[in-house]
Design a protein around this ligand. Structure first.
Ligand SMILES: Cc1cc2nc3c(=O)[nH]c(=O)nc-3n(C[C@H](O)[C@H](O)[C@H](O)COP(=O)(O)O)c2cc1C
Length: 423
Protein backbone atom coordinates (compact mmCIF):
# COMPACT_ATOMS: atom_id res chain seq x y z
CA UNK A 1 0.00 0.00 0.00
CA UNK A 2 1.21 3.48 -0.86
CA UNK A 3 0.74 6.23 1.69
CA UNK A 4 3.81 8.45 1.59
CA UNK A 5 4.61 7.70 -2.06
CA UNK A 6 0.99 7.74 -3.30
CA UNK A 7 1.65 10.78 -5.50
CA UNK A 8 5.23 10.08 -6.56
CA UNK A 9 4.32 8.91 -10.06
CA UNK A 10 1.82 11.70 -10.81
CA UNK A 11 2.82 14.39 -13.29
CA UNK A 12 3.67 17.67 -11.50
CA UNK A 13 3.10 15.94 -8.17
CA UNK A 14 5.07 18.67 -6.42
CA UNK A 15 2.50 21.37 -7.22
CA UNK A 16 -0.32 22.55 -4.99
CA UNK A 17 -2.86 22.01 -7.79
CA UNK A 18 -2.01 18.31 -8.18
CA UNK A 19 -1.79 17.75 -4.42
CA UNK A 20 -5.21 19.31 -3.87
CA UNK A 21 -6.78 17.49 -6.82
CA UNK A 22 -5.88 14.26 -5.00
CA UNK A 23 -7.58 15.41 -1.79
CA UNK A 24 -4.60 17.25 -0.34
CA UNK A 25 -5.01 19.61 2.64
CA UNK A 26 -8.36 18.03 3.66
CA UNK A 27 -6.55 16.44 6.62
CA UNK A 28 -5.19 19.79 7.80
CA UNK A 29 -8.72 21.27 7.65
CA UNK A 30 -10.05 18.29 9.60
CA UNK A 31 -7.26 18.54 12.21
CA UNK A 32 -7.91 22.26 12.70
CA UNK A 33 -11.50 21.44 13.64
CA UNK A 34 -10.60 18.56 15.98
CA UNK A 35 -8.71 20.40 18.73
CA UNK A 36 -4.99 19.85 19.40
CA UNK A 37 -5.41 17.24 22.13
CA UNK A 38 -7.58 15.05 19.91
CA UNK A 39 -4.96 15.17 17.15
CA UNK A 40 -2.23 14.09 19.59
CA UNK A 41 -4.44 11.22 20.79
CA UNK A 42 -5.12 10.12 17.22
CA UNK A 43 -1.39 10.04 16.43
CA UNK A 44 -0.71 8.10 19.65
CA UNK A 45 -3.40 5.58 18.71
CA UNK A 46 -1.96 5.15 15.22
CA UNK A 47 1.27 3.78 16.69
CA UNK A 48 3.30 5.91 14.25
CA UNK A 49 7.02 5.60 15.09
CA UNK A 50 9.73 8.03 14.10
CA UNK A 51 11.34 7.25 10.77
CA UNK A 52 14.61 9.10 11.46
CA UNK A 53 16.33 6.12 13.05
CA UNK A 54 15.30 5.49 16.64
CA UNK A 55 11.68 4.52 15.95
CA UNK A 56 10.30 6.45 18.95
CA UNK A 57 6.47 6.80 18.94
CA UNK A 58 5.64 10.26 17.56
CA UNK A 59 2.52 10.96 19.64
CA UNK A 60 4.30 9.97 22.86
CA UNK A 61 7.15 12.38 22.06
CA UNK A 62 4.66 15.21 21.48
CA UNK A 63 3.11 14.38 24.84
CA UNK A 64 6.42 15.26 26.58
CA UNK A 65 6.08 18.94 25.59
CA UNK A 66 5.09 20.76 28.81
CA UNK A 67 1.65 22.35 28.74
CA UNK A 68 0.91 25.99 29.47
CA UNK A 69 4.52 27.21 29.46
CA UNK A 70 5.17 30.88 28.87
CA UNK A 71 7.55 30.17 25.99
CA UNK A 72 7.22 29.47 22.29
CA UNK A 73 7.32 25.82 21.23
CA UNK A 74 9.16 24.91 18.04
CA UNK A 75 9.01 22.13 15.47
CA UNK A 76 12.23 21.10 13.73
CA UNK A 77 11.66 18.80 10.79
CA UNK A 78 14.80 16.74 10.36
CA UNK A 79 15.65 16.68 6.64
CA UNK A 80 19.38 16.24 7.16
CA UNK A 81 19.25 12.69 5.74
CA UNK A 82 22.86 11.98 6.64
CA UNK A 83 22.79 8.25 7.40
CA UNK A 84 24.77 6.48 4.65
CA UNK A 85 22.41 4.47 2.45
CA UNK A 86 19.40 6.70 3.17
CA UNK A 87 17.84 8.64 0.29
CA UNK A 88 14.09 8.69 0.91
CA UNK A 89 13.39 12.10 2.45
CA UNK A 90 14.76 13.74 -0.68
CA UNK A 91 12.03 11.97 -2.68
CA UNK A 92 9.32 13.37 -0.44
CA UNK A 93 10.70 16.91 -0.73
CA UNK A 94 11.14 16.57 -4.48
CA UNK A 95 7.94 14.76 -5.42
CA UNK A 96 5.42 15.61 -2.73
CA UNK A 97 6.50 18.62 -0.64
CA UNK A 98 2.89 19.59 0.08
CA UNK A 99 2.36 16.33 1.96
CA UNK A 100 5.22 17.39 4.22
CA UNK A 101 3.77 20.90 4.64
CA UNK A 102 0.33 19.49 5.45
CA UNK A 103 1.96 17.22 8.02
CA UNK A 104 3.74 20.23 9.50
CA UNK A 105 0.41 22.07 9.87
CA UNK A 106 -1.12 19.03 11.61
CA UNK A 107 1.81 18.49 14.01
CA UNK A 108 2.15 22.20 14.78
CA UNK A 109 -1.53 22.65 15.50
CA UNK A 110 -1.58 19.52 17.68
CA UNK A 111 1.28 20.69 19.90
CA UNK A 112 0.61 24.46 19.79
CA UNK A 113 3.57 25.42 17.61
CA UNK A 114 3.68 28.63 15.59
CA UNK A 115 7.14 28.37 14.03
CA UNK A 116 8.42 25.28 12.24
CA UNK A 117 11.88 24.82 10.76
CA UNK A 118 12.79 22.36 8.04
CA UNK A 119 16.49 21.63 8.62
CA UNK A 120 17.76 20.29 5.32
CA UNK A 121 21.23 19.31 4.20
CA UNK A 122 22.64 22.02 1.94
CA UNK A 123 23.54 19.57 -0.83
CA UNK A 124 19.83 19.01 -1.54
CA UNK A 125 19.74 22.12 -3.75
CA UNK A 126 16.94 20.90 -6.02
CA UNK A 127 14.83 19.55 -3.15
CA UNK A 128 15.27 22.81 -1.24
CA UNK A 129 14.07 24.82 -4.26
CA UNK A 130 11.03 22.54 -4.70
CA UNK A 131 10.11 22.65 -1.04
CA UNK A 132 10.57 26.44 -0.87
CA UNK A 133 8.28 26.82 -3.89
CA UNK A 134 5.67 24.66 -2.15
CA UNK A 135 5.99 26.73 1.05
CA UNK A 136 5.49 29.89 -1.02
CA UNK A 137 2.41 28.37 -2.67
CA UNK A 138 0.99 27.44 0.74
CA UNK A 139 1.52 30.98 2.04
CA UNK A 140 -0.13 32.48 -1.07
CA UNK A 141 -3.18 30.24 -0.56
CA UNK A 142 -3.46 31.13 3.14
CA UNK A 143 -2.47 27.62 4.29
CA UNK A 144 0.50 29.11 6.15
CA UNK A 145 0.82 32.53 7.78
CA UNK A 146 -1.14 34.45 10.43
CA UNK A 147 -4.51 32.72 9.86
CA UNK A 148 -4.09 29.16 8.57
CA UNK A 149 -7.17 28.27 6.49
CA UNK A 150 -9.20 30.95 8.30
CA UNK A 151 -8.88 29.09 11.61
CA UNK A 152 -7.12 31.85 13.52
CA UNK A 153 -4.13 29.53 14.02
CA UNK A 154 -0.80 31.13 12.98
CA UNK A 155 2.08 29.14 11.54
CA UNK A 156 5.34 30.11 9.87
CA UNK A 157 7.60 27.63 8.11
CA UNK A 158 11.29 28.40 7.64
CA UNK A 159 13.66 26.29 5.56
CA UNK A 160 17.12 26.22 7.13
CA UNK A 161 20.03 24.84 5.12
CA UNK A 162 22.72 22.82 6.84
CA UNK A 163 26.21 22.44 5.50
CA UNK A 164 26.22 18.66 5.10
CA UNK A 165 27.51 17.47 8.47
CA UNK A 166 26.19 14.08 9.63
CA UNK A 167 26.26 15.20 13.25
CA UNK A 168 23.74 17.95 12.46
CA UNK A 169 21.17 15.18 11.88
CA UNK A 170 21.42 14.30 15.58
CA UNK A 171 18.54 16.27 17.08
CA UNK A 172 20.53 18.43 19.51
CA UNK A 173 23.36 18.96 16.99
CA UNK A 174 20.62 20.13 14.62
CA UNK A 175 19.26 22.53 17.22
CA UNK A 176 22.73 23.98 17.91
CA UNK A 177 23.20 24.41 14.16
CA UNK A 178 19.92 26.31 13.72
CA UNK A 179 21.02 28.53 16.59
CA UNK A 180 24.06 29.41 14.47
CA UNK A 181 26.57 27.41 16.50
CA UNK A 182 28.86 24.52 15.65
CA UNK A 183 26.72 21.38 15.40
CA UNK A 184 27.77 19.63 18.59
CA UNK A 185 25.18 17.52 20.42
CA UNK A 186 24.04 18.50 23.89
CA UNK A 187 23.93 16.13 26.88
CA UNK A 188 20.46 14.66 27.45
CA UNK A 189 18.44 15.06 29.60
CA UNK A 190 17.01 17.61 29.27
CA UNK A 191 15.46 16.33 26.06
CA UNK A 192 14.49 18.80 23.30
CA UNK A 193 10.77 18.37 24.07
CA UNK A 194 11.48 20.23 27.32
CA UNK A 195 14.61 22.31 26.55
CA UNK A 196 15.32 22.58 22.84
CA UNK A 197 15.72 25.32 20.28
CA UNK A 198 16.58 28.68 21.91
CA UNK A 199 16.08 26.81 25.23
CA UNK A 200 12.36 26.41 24.44
CA UNK A 201 10.35 23.17 24.15
CA UNK A 202 10.97 21.64 20.72
CA UNK A 203 9.65 18.70 18.77
CA UNK A 204 12.15 17.12 16.37
CA UNK A 205 10.67 14.73 13.82
CA UNK A 206 11.90 13.22 10.59
CA UNK A 207 10.43 14.29 7.21
CA UNK A 208 8.78 10.91 6.65
CA UNK A 209 7.27 10.80 10.15
CA UNK A 210 5.59 14.16 9.55
CA UNK A 211 4.49 13.14 6.04
CA UNK A 212 2.51 10.19 7.44
CA UNK A 213 0.20 12.52 9.39
CA UNK A 214 -2.23 13.55 6.60
CA UNK A 215 -3.16 9.88 6.03
CA UNK A 216 -3.61 9.23 9.76
CA UNK A 217 -5.94 12.21 10.16
CA UNK A 218 -7.86 11.54 6.93
CA UNK A 219 -8.29 7.80 7.29
CA UNK A 220 -8.13 7.50 11.07
CA UNK A 221 -5.64 5.99 13.50
CA UNK A 222 -7.33 2.59 13.41
CA UNK A 223 -6.87 2.25 9.67
CA UNK A 224 -3.17 3.15 9.98
CA UNK A 225 -2.69 0.81 12.95
CA UNK A 226 -4.35 -2.04 11.02
CA UNK A 227 -1.44 -1.96 8.56
CA UNK A 228 1.81 -3.71 9.41
CA UNK A 229 2.30 -5.42 12.78
CA UNK A 230 1.02 -4.42 16.25
CA UNK A 231 4.34 -2.73 17.16
CA UNK A 232 5.37 -1.58 13.67
CA UNK A 233 2.27 0.05 12.26
CA UNK A 234 1.78 1.45 8.78
CA UNK A 235 4.30 1.57 5.98
CA UNK A 236 7.86 2.81 5.58
CA UNK A 237 9.95 4.09 2.70
CA UNK A 238 12.96 1.83 2.21
CA UNK A 239 16.06 3.10 0.43
CA UNK A 240 17.51 0.01 -1.25
CA UNK A 241 21.06 0.12 -2.64
CA UNK A 242 24.12 -2.02 -3.22
CA UNK A 243 24.19 -5.23 -5.22
CA UNK A 244 20.53 -5.45 -6.21
CA UNK A 245 18.97 -5.45 -9.66
CA UNK A 246 16.74 -2.44 -9.04
CA UNK A 247 18.05 -0.02 -6.42
CA UNK A 248 15.53 2.64 -5.42
CA UNK A 249 13.01 3.83 -2.86
CA UNK A 250 10.16 1.41 -2.11
CA UNK A 251 7.23 1.95 0.22
CA UNK A 252 6.29 -1.24 2.02
CA UNK A 253 3.85 -2.27 4.72
CA UNK A 254 5.70 -3.73 7.73
CA UNK A 255 5.64 -7.41 8.56
CA UNK A 256 6.54 -9.05 5.24
CA UNK A 257 9.50 -11.39 4.88
CA UNK A 258 12.65 -9.27 4.65
CA UNK A 259 14.31 -11.12 1.80
CA UNK A 260 11.11 -11.71 -0.17
CA UNK A 261 10.60 -7.94 -0.13
CA UNK A 262 14.06 -7.41 -1.61
CA UNK A 263 13.53 -10.08 -4.25
CA UNK A 264 10.06 -8.94 -5.25
CA UNK A 265 10.56 -5.20 -5.21
CA UNK A 266 14.27 -4.72 -5.88
CA UNK A 267 14.82 -7.77 -8.10
CA UNK A 268 17.11 -9.67 -5.71
CA UNK A 269 20.90 -9.86 -5.93
CA UNK A 270 22.44 -8.32 -9.02
CA UNK A 271 23.38 -10.70 -11.83
CA UNK A 272 22.06 -13.77 -10.01
CA UNK A 273 25.02 -13.78 -7.59
CA UNK A 274 24.72 -15.35 -4.14
CA UNK A 275 23.79 -13.16 -1.19
CA UNK A 276 26.54 -12.57 1.37
CA UNK A 277 25.07 -10.07 3.82
CA UNK A 278 22.62 -7.22 4.26
CA UNK A 279 22.80 -3.94 6.17
CA UNK A 280 19.14 -3.45 7.21
CA UNK A 281 18.86 0.08 8.57
CA UNK A 282 21.66 2.36 7.38
CA UNK A 283 25.39 2.08 7.96
CA UNK A 284 24.99 2.30 11.76
CA UNK A 285 22.94 -0.89 11.96
CA UNK A 286 24.69 -4.19 12.71
CA UNK A 287 25.07 -6.36 9.59
CA UNK A 288 22.88 -9.43 8.96
CA UNK A 289 24.22 -12.67 7.50
CA UNK A 290 22.36 -14.06 4.48
CA UNK A 291 20.55 -16.57 6.72
CA UNK A 292 19.50 -13.87 9.17
CA UNK A 293 18.20 -11.70 6.30
CA UNK A 294 16.20 -14.61 4.90
CA UNK A 295 14.52 -15.40 8.21
CA UNK A 296 13.82 -11.80 9.31
CA UNK A 297 10.60 -9.90 8.79
CA UNK A 298 10.56 -6.27 7.81
CA UNK A 299 9.67 -4.60 11.10
CA UNK A 300 11.27 -3.05 14.19
CA UNK A 301 10.76 -6.14 16.40
CA UNK A 302 12.20 -8.77 14.10
CA UNK A 303 15.38 -6.83 13.38
CA UNK A 304 15.85 -6.08 17.08
CA UNK A 305 15.53 -9.81 17.77
CA UNK A 306 18.32 -10.41 15.26
CA UNK A 307 20.52 -7.96 17.17
CA UNK A 308 20.18 -5.25 14.53
CA UNK A 309 17.73 -2.44 13.80
CA UNK A 310 15.44 -1.00 11.18
CA UNK A 311 16.99 2.48 11.66
CA UNK A 312 16.21 4.81 8.78
CA UNK A 313 15.15 1.96 6.48
CA UNK A 314 18.32 2.07 4.39
CA UNK A 315 18.97 -1.44 3.11
CA UNK A 316 22.38 -2.15 1.56
CA UNK A 317 22.84 -5.54 -0.10
CA UNK A 318 26.26 -7.25 -0.34
CA UNK A 319 26.72 -10.06 -2.83
CA UNK A 320 29.21 -12.91 -2.49
CA UNK A 321 31.95 -10.99 -4.33
CA UNK A 322 31.82 -7.83 -2.20
CA UNK A 323 34.78 -7.40 0.14
CA UNK A 324 33.38 -6.66 3.59
CA UNK A 325 36.75 -5.48 4.87
CA UNK A 326 36.81 -2.81 2.20
CA UNK A 327 33.14 -1.98 2.86
CA UNK A 328 33.96 -1.53 6.55
CA UNK A 329 36.98 0.64 5.73
CA UNK A 330 34.64 2.98 3.83
CA UNK A 331 32.17 3.05 6.72
CA UNK A 332 34.82 3.75 9.38
CA UNK A 333 36.33 6.51 7.23
CA UNK A 334 32.90 8.15 7.20
CA UNK A 335 32.48 8.05 11.00
CA UNK A 336 36.05 9.22 11.64
CA UNK A 337 35.39 12.17 9.32
CA UNK A 338 31.98 12.99 10.81
CA UNK A 339 32.76 12.72 14.54
CA UNK A 340 32.36 16.23 15.97
CA UNK A 341 35.27 15.56 18.30
CA UNK A 342 33.81 16.73 21.60
CA UNK A 343 33.92 13.26 23.25
CA UNK A 344 37.33 11.54 23.33
CA UNK A 345 36.00 7.94 22.99
CA UNK A 346 34.32 8.93 19.71
CA UNK A 347 37.02 11.27 18.41
CA UNK A 348 39.83 8.79 19.10
CA UNK A 349 37.83 5.59 18.63
CA UNK A 350 36.46 6.37 15.17
CA UNK A 351 39.92 7.52 14.04
CA UNK A 352 41.69 4.39 15.32
CA UNK A 353 39.02 1.98 14.07
CA UNK A 354 39.46 3.41 10.61
CA UNK A 355 43.25 3.16 10.78
CA UNK A 356 43.15 -0.45 11.98
CA UNK A 357 40.49 -1.61 9.48
CA UNK A 358 42.34 0.19 6.70
CA UNK A 359 45.62 -1.50 7.56
CA UNK A 360 43.93 -4.92 7.49
CA UNK A 361 42.38 -4.06 4.13
CA UNK A 362 45.73 -3.10 2.63
CA UNK A 363 47.34 -6.30 3.90
CA UNK A 364 49.38 -4.86 6.76
CA UNK A 365 47.16 -6.07 9.64
CA UNK A 366 47.95 -8.64 12.31
CA UNK A 367 45.69 -11.20 14.00
CA UNK A 368 45.84 -9.24 17.27
CA UNK A 369 44.23 -6.31 15.43
CA UNK A 370 40.90 -8.15 15.46
CA UNK A 371 40.69 -8.29 19.25
CA UNK A 372 42.03 -4.76 19.41
CA UNK A 373 39.12 -3.63 17.21
CA UNK A 374 36.62 -5.29 19.52
CA UNK A 375 38.27 -3.72 22.58
CA UNK A 376 38.15 -0.25 21.04
CA UNK A 377 34.46 -0.79 20.14
CA UNK A 378 33.72 -1.76 23.74
CA UNK A 379 35.24 1.51 24.95
CA UNK A 380 33.15 3.53 22.51
CA UNK A 381 29.71 2.23 23.43
CA UNK A 382 27.56 4.20 25.84
CA UNK A 383 30.41 6.53 26.80
CA UNK A 384 29.61 9.68 24.82
CA UNK A 385 27.16 12.60 24.65
CA UNK A 386 25.41 11.29 21.51
CA UNK A 387 25.28 7.90 19.82
CA UNK A 388 27.51 8.65 16.81
CA UNK A 389 30.19 6.70 18.67
CA UNK A 390 27.87 3.69 19.10
CA UNK A 391 26.73 4.12 15.48
CA UNK A 392 30.30 3.39 14.43
CA UNK A 393 31.12 0.72 17.03
CA UNK A 394 27.95 -1.36 16.44
CA UNK A 395 28.52 -2.15 12.75
CA UNK A 396 32.28 -2.62 13.23
CA UNK A 397 31.72 -5.19 15.99
CA UNK A 398 29.13 -7.02 13.91
CA UNK A 399 31.28 -7.22 10.75
CA UNK A 400 34.26 -8.53 12.72
CA UNK A 401 32.26 -11.01 14.79
CA UNK A 402 30.10 -12.39 11.97
CA UNK A 403 32.66 -12.32 9.15
CA UNK A 404 35.88 -12.79 11.14
CA UNK A 405 37.25 -15.34 8.65
CA UNK A 406 37.17 -12.71 5.90
CA UNK A 407 39.29 -10.37 8.03
CA UNK A 408 41.63 -13.24 8.92
CA UNK A 409 42.02 -14.11 5.26
CA UNK A 410 43.09 -10.53 4.48
CA UNK A 411 45.70 -10.76 7.21
CA UNK A 412 47.13 -14.16 6.14
CA UNK A 413 46.97 -13.38 2.41
CA UNK A 414 48.30 -9.86 2.83
CA UNK A 415 45.39 -8.31 0.92
CA UNK A 416 42.11 -8.78 -0.90
CA UNK A 417 41.06 -11.54 -3.30
CA UNK A 418 37.93 -9.79 -4.53
CA UNK A 419 37.81 -7.79 -7.75
CA UNK A 420 38.12 -4.04 -7.14
CA UNK A 421 34.90 -3.13 -8.99
CA UNK A 422 32.62 -5.08 -6.62
CA UNK A 423 34.85 -5.16 -3.53
C1 LIG B 1 24.70 10.93 14.44
C2 LIG B 1 23.22 10.96 14.18
C3 LIG B 1 22.71 11.38 12.96
C4 LIG B 1 21.34 11.44 12.74
N1 LIG B 1 20.90 11.83 11.51
C5 LIG B 1 19.57 11.92 11.29
C6 LIG B 1 19.08 12.37 10.03
O1 LIG B 1 19.85 12.67 9.11
N2 LIG B 1 17.73 12.46 9.86
C7 LIG B 1 16.85 12.13 10.88
O2 LIG B 1 15.65 12.25 10.69
N3 LIG B 1 17.29 11.70 12.07
C8 LIG B 1 18.61 11.59 12.30
N4 LIG B 1 19.06 11.18 13.53
C9 LIG B 1 18.05 10.91 14.60
C10 LIG B 1 17.64 12.20 15.29
O3 LIG B 1 18.54 12.45 16.38
C11 LIG B 1 16.22 12.13 15.86
O4 LIG B 1 16.10 10.98 16.63
C12 LIG B 1 15.14 12.12 14.80
O5 LIG B 1 15.26 13.20 13.92
C13 LIG B 1 13.79 12.19 15.47
O6 LIG B 1 12.77 12.10 14.50
P1 LIG B 1 11.77 10.87 14.46
O7 LIG B 1 11.34 10.61 15.89
O8 LIG B 1 10.67 11.34 13.60
O9 LIG B 1 12.52 9.71 13.88
C14 LIG B 1 20.45 11.08 13.77
C15 LIG B 1 20.95 10.65 14.99
C16 LIG B 1 22.31 10.57 15.21
C17 LIG B 1 22.82 10.10 16.53
Amino acid sequence: MKIISANFEKKDSHTLAVYEAGGGYAAARKALSMGGGAVVEEVKKSGLRGRGGAGFPAGVKWGFVPKGVDQPVYLCVNADEGEPGTFKDRHIMEKDPHRLIEGIIIASYAVGIHTAFIYVRGEYVFQIARTQRAVDEAYAKGYLGPDVMGSGFALDVVIHRGAGAYICGEETGLIESIEGKKGQPRPKPPFPAVVGLFRCPTVVNNVETISALPFIINEGAEKYASLGTPKSTGTMLFSVSGMVEKPGVYEQEFGVNFWEFLEKRAGGVKGGRALKAVVPGGSSSPILTADEARSATLDYESLAEKGSMLGSGAIIVYSEDVCLVRALAVITRFYAHESCGQCPPCREGTYWLHRIVKRIETGAGTMSDLDLILRVCGNMRGTTVCVLSDACAMPVESYVRKFRSEFEEHITRGGCRFPAETG
